[in-house]
Design a protein around this ligand. Structure first.
Ligand SMILES: C[S@@+](CC[C@H](N)C(=O)[O-])C[C@H]1O[C@@H](n2cnc3c(N)ncnc32)[C@H](O)[C@@H]1O
Length: 246
């Protein structure tokens, strides 16, 4: 597992995302937030965490990930950017975060809730929010009704719980959230900070991790993922859901 984390450690981000999407999602919640306490779950090396810290200088942000190595980057960034919001990096699992119930104004989680499952994550994390608190997540989502077999089979293998937009909105209602806004992550955001850096150093990565079964398998999967995205990137994307606790 350590090899898998090392593979992703040098990337600008560990999943698809962009500054403009983070900013857009924040705009939906920002007018209602005053010096909020923000919990970023599965923050990785923290690109979106540091974007939030720049956009919300009065906030207190807790950046959490299961892999402590990622969190060092957050520490370094905070030391170099004292004018931004305070970031406290904490290594913890999203399955059982040590967070006081009702203590958080906004939970943020880009590209990570799938690890628990969308509904399971919403259910577990809801209790950490203050009444009226926000939960902002991005989740891989079908964008069309008519899905070609090849891409359907791909996602059935890697994430059979994938739903369409309405399916996720319904799941959010079921778990006690209102959907304030939702929007689709732009197609280029899969490439700029994520697939392209992997693709451009692919042979070096293959050499570097040739003795690691888990990392070599992941590289193969990433190659297929990139092919699938080139072919079918109009059928699915990360959808941002800006949810408010009822
Ligand atoms: C797809 S990455 C997304 C990272 C980051 N939010 C981004 O968008 O670049 C998923 C993240 O979840 C973390 N993760 C995996 N299992 C976890 C767990 N049980 N608890 C907390 N974080 C976990 C991984 O280490 C990784 O950083």
């Amino acid at each position: 597992m350590e090899d898998l984390f090392r593979l992703f450690e040098e990337l600008p981000r560990q999943g698809p995302g962009s500054f403009s999407a983070t900013k857009r999602a924040l705009e939906a919640a920002k007018p209602l937030l005053k010096n909020p306490v923000v919990l970023d779950i599965g923050c990785g090396t923290g690109k979106q965490t540091t974007d939030l810290a720049s956009l919300l200088p009065g906030a207190r942000i807790i950046g959490t990930d299961v892999y402590p190595g990622f969190l060092q980057k957050l520490r370094n960034w905070s030391a170099e950017n004292p004018e931004a919001a305070e970031i406290k990096p904490v290594a913890m699992s999203m399955f059982d975060p040590s967070v006081k119930p009702g203590s958080i104004d906004m939970i943020w989680s880009e590209g990570a809730i799938y690890i628990m499952g969308f509904s399971e994550g919403l259910q577990k994390w809801r209790s950490f929010l203050k009444p009226g608190g926000f939960l902002v997540v991005s989740e891989v989502t079908w964008l069309k009704d008519d899905i070609p077999d090849e891409i359907e089979q791909f996602w059935m293998k890697y994430y059979p719980a994938i739903k369409d937009i309405q399916g996720n909105i319904d799941a959010a209602v079921q778990e006690g959230f209102e959907t304030v806004e939702n929007f689709t992550l732009e197609r280029e955001a899969w490439w700029e900070d994520y697939y392209s850096p992997i693709e451009s150093s692919f042979s070096e990565l293959e050499k570097l991790f040739k003795d690691s079964k888990i990392a070599s398998e992941e590289l193969k999967t990433l190659k297929t993922e990139m092919e699938m995205h080139r072919k079918y990137g109009d059928c699915y994307s990360y959808q941002f859901y800006i949810l408010r606790k009822d």
